[in-house]
Design a protein around this ligand. Structure first.
Ligand SMILES: [Zn+2]
Length: 233
């Protein structure tokens, strides 16, 4: 299944629509993961509609604005970012109206999140949630982790959570991600393979042996080894 326009909704974060508060506040967690996710998708050229309203006059207004943003822009798929609260619970789950693209994508994305060490609580059927019910396109709501769980909050890192969701999106929607311009971190490093010399690496990145040697504190430019992570910029 392919998409060209993705609606991303950062849950809560406006007046009358406050999130849960546990060890951390859900608003903050949703915002961290959501903004990073939007950045990642846009960096790969995906057309992202940010459905998060700037203000709201009621809870209904907040939810309705999110749905309208997705519907009016004819998004192909809708993803809402949330964090759960339930004393004693931990792990990740994705809520959707069962069947079709939503459930299919939910399973793929949840598998990626679980790889970070969060318990996979499964894809759960919810027919009663406003944003899932009223969006015209397939829609999922990701409960990334429990904001009141010490286990989850110790394991929580917004960058890796956003990256896992992004990877899931790429797999679910068959997006070809160009490995070259993934994160700046990755773009600035090169892993040495057999046959490389500092000269060949320098040439490839349009830089000099001296510059790379100094960036990496390499004393002898003749000694590099396979698998070595070299900073090139
Ligand atoms: Zn929430």
């Amino acid at each position: 299944m392919k998409i060209s326009k993705l609606a991303i909704d950062i849950g809560h974060n406006v007046q009358f629509d406050g999130g849960a508060v546990g060890i951390r506040s859900e608003n903050e967690l949703n915002y961290e993961v959501g903004t990073k996710l939007i950045e990642k998708c846009r960096a790969e050229g995906l057309n992202v509609i940010n459905c998060t309203p700037k203000s709201a006059t009621s809870l209904y207004d907040s939810l309705n604005q999110r749905v309208k943003a997705a519907n009016n822009n004819n998004a192909d798929f809708f993803i809402s970012i949330h964090h759960n609260l339930c004393t004693g619970g931990h792990g990740s789950e994705i809520l959707c109206i069962p069947g079709g693209r939503a459930e299919e994508a939910a399973k793929i994305i949840l598998t990626e999140i679980a790889k970070l060490g969060f318990t996979n609580r499964g894809v759960k059927a919810r027919n009663d949630l406003f944003v899932l019910k009223n969006t015209n396109m397939s829609a999922i709501l990701i409960e990334c982790a429990f904001c009141d769980s010490p286990v989850d909050m110790n394991n929580y890192n917004p960058e890796s959570m956003a990256e896992a969701i992004f990877k899931g999106i790429c797999k679910a929607f068959e997006l070809n991600v160009s490995e070259d311009n993934r994160s700046t971190e990755q773009a600035n490093y090169y892993i040495v393979v057999r046959g490389d010399t500092l000269y060949s690496i320098a040439k490839r990145y349009g830089t000099t042996v001296e510059k790379i040697a100094s960036l990496n504190n390499i004393a002898n430019a003749d000694i590099i080894y396979e698998g070595q992570k070299i900073k090139v910029k």
